[in-house]
Design a protein around this ligand. Structure first.
Ligand code: G6P
Length: 356
């Protein structure tokens, strides 16, 4: 087993470091830079301009939130459902609906049930999965493979990054495409992830906050699902209380939980209105003496209010969400490592949950 970890102490750390190559595999042969087009051959000519509904669980649900936001920004109506809450008698589904199941394993019972129900209601179904030959891949009308390679650690890491990228490609293929610059930016992501892996200060940040009472994560737009995922990773492998919030929601309740012993991780990139609003939220927690960790490209002045900075390169917002998440994966890993947790097999959790 040690040999399979290639010198890393845990599969999770190995898989975090495999993200550059996983992301390259996800892109391979799918982008034509010259034409500015995306071709997803495995989709077998799927053309769709109706509404899209995503169903997913856990980390895959967070990837689906990113995918749906991306589709909406290209003008396609898209909704996201927790697979366990999806019911076709409560949401309109018809022959013009594409239902996308995002599932790394392709075997999650809640997601399979939702996809089957959607198919019965007449929808076209698509599995976005890592597993060729899985139940989801076999049962759906179409399958899009994320090509992340096998993931052993129970806490999903590289598959989340690959899902984010695959759903970005799906949106480009279904929507009005992407411009050449945007597609070229996708090609830069693997190298940028590599740089983060080599330079991250996440371990020092983790050491600073290993005894915190709880951990909060905030973000807007594409960074909101990253906040949710950052908190989920922290919960799963450290067994500590962690919550992710849409940055604007902090003042509607969660702010009451903020103290000098609850670090707030804020994902802020660019210097647009969304960034400025999140910085406003950062000031609110700073005024309550909470330590602030900014995950940022340094384009805004959020660093002025931050006790620690985890840097990412300046790129478009969606790509930035992939990079910011890598920093948060590392923070969760190093907190769990300090606490001596069973990182690859956290208590009470399973890699794939085959009961509803
Ligand atoms: C389990 C795993 C999670 C995963 C979820 C969905 O709960 O512990 O890491 O996100 O299942 O898995 P799927 O295979 O459908 O992506």
């Amino acid at each position: 087993e040690d040999a399979e970890k290639s010198g890393y102490d845990h599969y999770m750390l190995k898989e975090i470091h495999e993200q550059p190559s996983a992301l390259r595999q996800c892109l391979r042969g799918r982008i034509d830079d010259l034409e500015g087009t995306v071709t997803l051959e495995d989709l077998d000519g799927l053309a769709h301009d109706g509404p899209v509904q995503f169903v997913a669980c856990g980390t895959s649900y967070h990837a689906a939130l990113v995918g749906a936001e991306r589709l909406r920004r290209t003008g396609i109506p898209a909704q996201v459902f927790l697979a366990s809450e999806y019911a076709t008698d409560r949401v309109p589904v018809g022959a013009d609906t594409l239902v996308v199941g995002v599932t790394q394993s392709g075997e999650t019972a809640d997601t399979l049930r939702a996809l089957r129900e959607a198919a019965r209601a007449g929808a076209t179904t698509l599995a976005v999965t890592n597993t060729v030959g899985s139940s989801a891949a076999r049962e759906c009308d179409h399958a899009l493979y994320i090509r992340a390679g096998p993931e052993i650690g129970v806490a999903a890491t590289k598959t989340f990054a690959s899902q984010q990228l695959a759903l970005d490609l799906l949106a480009a293929a279904l929507g009005d495409g992407s411009d050449r610059a945007a597609l070229k930016a996708l090609r830069d992501i693997p190298g940028q992830v590599q740089t983060i892996l080599e330079t991250s200060d996440a371990r020092a940040v983790a050491e600073a906050f290993v005894d915190a009472d709880g951990y909060f994560f905030i973000g807007r737009g594409y960074h909101y699902p990253v906040a949710l995922e950052g908190a989920l990773k922290m919960k799963e492998i450290t067994y500590r209380h962690a919550e992710g919030f849409a940055a604007g929601e902090l003042k509607h309740g969660p702010l009451a939980l903020v103290t000098e012993n609850t670090p707030v991780f804020a994902v802020v990139t660019g210097d647009d209105e969304a960034a400025r609003k999140t910085i406003g939220n950062v000031k609110e927690v700073e005024a309550r003496d909470a330590p602030v960790v900014a995950i940022t490209d340094g384009e805004s002045d959020v660093t002025r209010y931050a006790d620690h900075v985890l840097e990412i390169p300046a790129i478009d917002e969606l790509s930035a969400s992939v990079l910011a998440n890598v920093q948060l994966q590392l923070v969760a890993y190093w907190v769990a490592n300090q606490l001596g947790r069973s990182i690859d097999k956290p208590r009470n959790l399973a890699k794939s949950v085959t009961v509803e």
